[in-house]
Design a protein around this ligand. Structure first.
Ligand SMILES: CCC/C=C/C(=O)SCCNC(=O)CCNC(=O)[C@H](O)C(C)(C)COP(=O)([O-])OP(=O)([O-])OC[C@H]1O[C@@H](n2cnc3c(N)ncnc32)[C@H](O)[C@@H]1OP(=O)([O-])[O-]
Ligand SMILES: Cc1cc2nc3c(=O)[nH]c(=O)nc-3n(C[C@H](O)[C@H](O)[C@H](O)COP(=O)(O)OP(=O)(O)OC[C@H]3O[C@@H](n4cnc5c(N)ncnc54)[C@H](O)[C@@H]3O)c2cc1C
Length: 643
């Protein structure tokens, strides 16, 4: 199962080696993080990042190994933006010459980059950005300027204190004419003494949610006061500006300007399973240790995992972790394919890849953030302790619902893709993830054939149910949209339904990828049978949760919906004996989990007790402030005391 989770034996070995390397090195200790102040926390992260870079070089780690190493260090820091956004932006949007100049510098970290797109006033609406890049023909330069307070760059990770360079998105202006938003490579700091270059105001935007997690990152604010950069620092694969000030567009579609976001959204989907599996591992192990009620004749109480209600909250999350792992793997291969095509100037699959990355990013991050919080509740009161590992994990994870495309905004992008696909149905056969929309007639006419709970244990029945629900919702939206004279007004008016239809489409993708995975790629029959159970749990849980959709579209009868729920209950009993094996298969080390409740050895209570004593408040019996503020209250006799 560990191999099935990792994707291959080799992938397992690489991640396992890196997990152990991090767990066994005292430099990467992280239990004390929540006790550190902001400055110490930040410096501590800089120290770890420097040490990690040394390890990467000394041990000559491959790119894949380096990624896992950074992942297991488990602290957001400037290198995330450098490797995940700055380098891909140059790779995707730079010309050959630009790549030749900048990539070697970035790949050897002689420069450190960030991605400065979002501003105080605009994040989702990229075309609304206000920073200007005005071409000056006399000097062959662009003048970067922040004309308003709301044009201040706001959020870029690593920018406040570390990054030496940034890809800055700004409105290109030539001779007073606006030519859209473009990316520019801008040096921010001196490579000698790290001080901000003249004309730049740089700072940190302040503390963020959850003390010890995202505050390791220096998210920054940046303002330009007429800062000049050479013309050749505009990323010019998509559009070019000549030294005469002529603006030209190549054959490459403008949408490629958004290409870096496609790349990162794909990695965010892959990462969702890591975060969710971590929470599920903690909650499952603890649910086996924890006992409440049910003792008879002095015997042991019931393990809370044996309560059906606990199973109905926990096991769908376990199944979702596996579903997200497989859909992340699938999306990665889709992305690798599109990347190769884009390099060869084939842009045909970009719209579908954009819809898949945007939609699956929204689906997986929302479910993971909610799932982590549910796992915290599944651990009862102890889940609220920092030492459970869950509050910090939630605080670290939850911004994924906002960054890299706010989730609702992303679902609306999927909706645009679906509406376009439906309106083209007469003359363009949909392919890939939208292929089912090419079979609308049977999907709209045929209803579900399930007659018994057992009938739901059939991938074809499940797939058809999800296809019919999505097709009916998408077509329904298309029909209602057609009634509006102005399509944009219609889109705005129907946006709630459109987001729901997009979610149905994305859930169909996750369910069908899980089923495909079982059909083709699982080593070993025992593993395959166990994963089949999880696949059914995932699908039938979604069906139960969204049964309103399945019923309202008329595909299911209430009886069939209740049979699905009956089957789901039976499936929970099949998951129970393997629950611990399923979570052990994630291969998460105790160091990575950073949770007393999720310890591999189950030794929860003594370690919880021990952890409490490490709190600084327990350094002495009488702490600072008691004499000054509490003792006087005890000693004074005030009038009010009689009341
Ligand atoms: C990890 C932690 C660090 C975090 C970092 C960050 O957060 S960094 C900051 C992260 N910030 C964000 O994530 C900001 C989120 N906001 C956005 O991405 C955009 O502003 C927008 C997509 C919402 C709207 O765009 P818009 O105003 O231009 O309007 P429009 O909807 O009309 O689209 C026009 C056309 O482009 C197409 N297309 C769109 N995107 C893509 C794409 N990625 N690829 C390919 N294509 C794409 C779209 O399909 C349409 O095609 P059509 O129909 O003409 O053939
Ligand atoms: C931890 C963190 C790290 C970040 N790192 C970076 C970084 O490195 N570089 C960078 O450039 N940016 C970064 N960002 C910024 C991030 O990308 C944006 O915050 C994100 O894209 C969301 O945009 P917004 O803040 O403008 O949200 P808004 O768009 O203002 O969202 C507010 C609300 O409005 C709704 N809404 C907006 N538009 C629509 C619409 N058209 N229809 C319906 N509803 C709508 C949204 O659904 C949401 O509910 C980071 C953010 C965070 C939290």
């Amino acid at each position: 199962m560990k191999v099935a989770w990792a994707g291959s034996r080799e992938a397992f070995q690489v991640s396992d080696r890196m997990a152990k390397l991090v767990a066994n090195d005292p430099v990467f200790e992280k239990f004390s993080k929540p006790m550190l102040g902001r400055k110490e926390l930040f410096k501590n992260t800089l120290r770890k990042a420097a040490y990690a870079w040394k390890l990467i070089n000394d041990l000559r780690l491959t790119e894949e190994e380096a990624k896992w190493l950074r992942h297991y260090i488990d602290e957001p820091n400037y290198t995330d933006l450098h490797w995940e956004m700055f380098v891909p932006a140059i790779e995707g949007q730079g010309t050959k010459e630009q790549k030749k100049k900048w990539l070697p510098l970035a790949q050897t970290m002689q420069i450190i980059g960030t991605y400065a797109q979002t501003e105080l006033g605009h994040g989702s609406n990229v075309q609304g950005l206000e920073t200007t890049a005005t071409f000056d023909r006399q000097t062959d330069e662009f003048v970067m300027h922040s004309p308003t307070l709301t044009s201040s760059k706001w959020w870029p990770g690593g920018m406040a204190k570390v990054a030496t360079h940034a890809i800055v998105y700004a409105r290109l202006i030539i001779d007073g004419l606006f030519h859209g938003v473009h990316g520019f490579i801008v040096q921010l700091r001196s490579l000698e003494d790290h001080s901000p270059l003249p004309g730049l105001t740089l700072g940190d935007i302040g503390m963020k949610f959850g003390h010890g997690t995202y505050n390791t990152m220096d998210n920054g604010v940046l303002r330009f006061d007429h800062v000049r950069i050479p013309r050749n620092q505009m990323l010019m694969r998509v559009s070019q500006v000549t030294k005469e000030g002529k603006y030209a567009q190549s054959d490459v579609p403008r949408q490629l300007l958004y290409g870096t976001m496609v790349s990162v959204r794909q990695t965010i989907v892959a990462d969702a399973s890591k975060a969710l599996s971590r929470a599920v591992c903690i909650a499952t192990r603890y649910s086996v240790v924890r006992r409440q009620f049910g003792s008879r004749n002095g015997g042991p109480e019931t393990q809370v995992i044996d309560y059906k209600t606990q199973q109905s909250r926990l096991f769908p999350l376990l199944a979702s972790a596996y579903a997200f792992r497989f859909v992340g793997e699938w999306l990665k291969s889709l992305y690798i394919d599109v990347k190769q095509r884009l390099e060869a100037n084939d842009f045909s699959t970009l719209p579908e890849t954009h819809a898949c990355t945007a939609g699956l990013k929204a689906l997986t991050t929302a479910a993971t953030a909610d799932g982590i919080e549910e796992c915290r509740k599944l651990c009862g009161g102890h889940g609220y302790l920092i030492s459970s590992g869950l509050p910090e994990l939630f605080a670290f994870y939850v911004p994924a619902c906002s960054y890299e495309g706010e989730n609702v905004v992303m679902m609306l992008q999927v909706a645009r893709f679906l509406v376009k696909t439906v309106s083209n149905l007469g003359y363009k056969q949909p392919v890939g993830t939208a292929a089912y929309l090419g079979r609308v007639t049977p999907l709209l006419q045929n209803n579900c054939a399930v007659q018994t709970a057992e009938d739901w244990l059939n991938p074809d029945a499940i797939l058809e149910a999800f296809e019919a629900r999505a097709a009916r919702m998408v077509i329904g939206c298309g029909e209602r949209l057609a009634m509006f004279e102005n399509p944009e007004e219609g889109f705005a008016e129907l946006s709630i339904d459109l987001v729901e239809a997009s979610l149905a489409h994305c859930q169909l993708i996750t369910v069908s990828v899980f089923i495909q995975k079982l059909n083709h790629e699982i080593p070993g029959n025992g593993v395959k049978r166990s994963l089949e159970v999880l696949c059914y749990v995932y699908a039938l849980f979604l069906l139960h949760k969204h049964q309103g959709d399945f019923l309202a579209t008329g595909y299911l009868t209430p009886k069939q919906a209740s049979l699905a729920n009956e089957q789901l209950r039976t499936l929970y009993s099949k998951v129970r004996p393997n629950a611990i094996a399923f979570v052990d298969s994630f291969n998460h080390m105790d160091h990575y989990l950073c949770s007393v409740l999720g310890r591999y050895d189950g030794n929860v209570y003594p370690k919880l007790y021990e952890a409490a004593w490490k709190d600084p408040l327990n350094d002495s019996d009488i702490v600072d402030g008691i004499q000054q503020y509490v003792q006087p209250i005890l000693k004074q006799k005030l009038h009010y005391a009689k009341l």
